[in-house]
Design a protein around this ligand. Structure first.
Ligand code: 2P0
Length: 361
């Protein structure tokens, strides 16, 4: 597939258009965002790999209201079916965006969305869903007002809007690697939107694999919102935020120098810290399942035995992300398939890779 630049994609928008559609990917955090304040502002900076296979397609059709009123008018369809629960969430979200977009109350919107990954797979869809929606709304602004002129302003605004919908969504807008959150050593870093890592990613990380092992497809026992809130009373919060800031520096260095072992060490430390924080919160939550621990044990034993750079990370749930370089994929996949697949629900594994970011469809 030839990659068309975001500038060229924006240039293809025409003022006669009455719909826009974007495909936007999920992402997996290396240094985790866990703890927030104010309006979706992170307590610490985070950095992630943009994914590819796990994505959301969203199409927004807009039509000038026949009768002007002050309401936000949205019909929402998820995988072809009207979904009132999602519609009211989106209406609430758009209702808070008057300062960002002046046109929202003048149009009837029809939003159609679908995910590439199964609905009940336990894969967080908020990052891909909110980034796809943010891209669509920003594109409508471009169609109606002509602003912005370039992709930098466009992506910054889309990332800002995505963040208001779901924090981690701010990072899904950029190719390969994105960081979000102010850090003294990261130029242009900000709490209000993410930025692209840029072209300094070492060759070793190009095409990096992320196989997502679906250990449990059950509904999460605690929402991300509640999980973030628990950090406010967590006795280890302050040291955690310091650790995240240090890990940002080490991760960036590892990504630039191609230090896969250092990268892997931080990756696992961050996953274990996130889960430990949830275990020692009040109330306490254990987000791993027996299968999660079994997989972790096996990955560590495999690494000890083979010296192959296979490392894991976890989101705020039981499913395991296995990260490894493309050049060792042939040696690692047979192990995953034989030894780890039995721990997955119906043998379900989403074979993903580091991706090139969103695109208009
Ligand atoms: C992250 N997670 O950095 C962390 C690590 C999960 C584990 O951000 O409340 O859905 O919408 O801002 O982004 C998941 O939380 O939370 C998350 P909200 P979000 O990816």
């Amino acid at each position: 597939m030839t990659l068309v630049s975001i500038d060229d994609q924006l240039a293809s928008l025409s003022s006669s258009q009455s719909s826009v559609a974007w495909r936007s990917p999920s992402n997996i955090a290396i240094v985790k965002y866990w703890g927030k304040h104010g309006i979706q502002l992170p307590r610490n900076p985070s950095i992630s790999f943009t994914l590819d296979a796990a994505h959301t397609d969203t199409k927004v059709t807009f039509k000038k209201k026949e009768q002007v009123d002050n309401d936000i008018s949205v019909d929402f369809y998820f995988e072809g079916e009207a979904n009132e629960a999602f519609a009211s969430k989106i209406i609430k979200f758009l209702d808070g965006l008057d300062e960002e977009f002046s046109f929202l109350r003048d149009y009837d919107f029809k939003i159609e969305s679908s995910n590439s990954f199964p609905h009940s797979s336990g894969i967080a869809s908020s990052a891909s869903a909110m980034s796809a929606l943010a891209l669509c709304i920003c594109s409508i602004e471009k169609i109606l007002t002509g602003w912005p002129n370039d992709s930098t302003d466009f992506l910054q605004k889309a990332s800002y809007i995505a963040r208001l919908g779901s924090g981690s969504a701010a990072r899904s807008l950029f190719p390969e690697v994105a960081s979000w959150g102010t850090h003294s050593e990261i130029e242009n870093s900000s709490d209000i939107r993410a930025i692209a890592f840029g072209d300094e990613l070492h060759e070793s990380f190009k095409g990096y694999h992320d196989d997502i092992l679906i250990v449990s497809a059950a509904e999460k026992s605690v929402s991300s919102r509640a999980g973030h809130a628990l950090m406010e009373g967590n006795p280890f919060a302050a040291v955690r935020y310091e650790q995240a800031n240090r890990n940002m520096v080490s991760t960036i260095e590892a990504l630039k120098t191609g230090d896969i072992l250092k990268f892997g060490k931080i990756l696992e430390e961050e996953a274990m810290t996130l889960h430990a924080l949830m275990m020692c919160s009040d109330p306490s939550y254990i987000l791993m399942k027996a299968g999660t621990l079994a997989v972790i044990d096996k990955v560590r034993a495999f690494r000890k035995e083979t010296y192959l750079p296979l490392y894991f990370t976890l989101d705020a749930g039981p499913n395991v992300h296995l990260l490894y370089p493309d050049e060792v994929a042939d040696q690692i996949w047979p192990f995953i398939e034989k030894e780890l697949k039995p721990f997955c629900v119906d043998g379900k594994i989403i074979r993903d890779r580091i991706g090139s970011g969103p695109r208009m469809i």
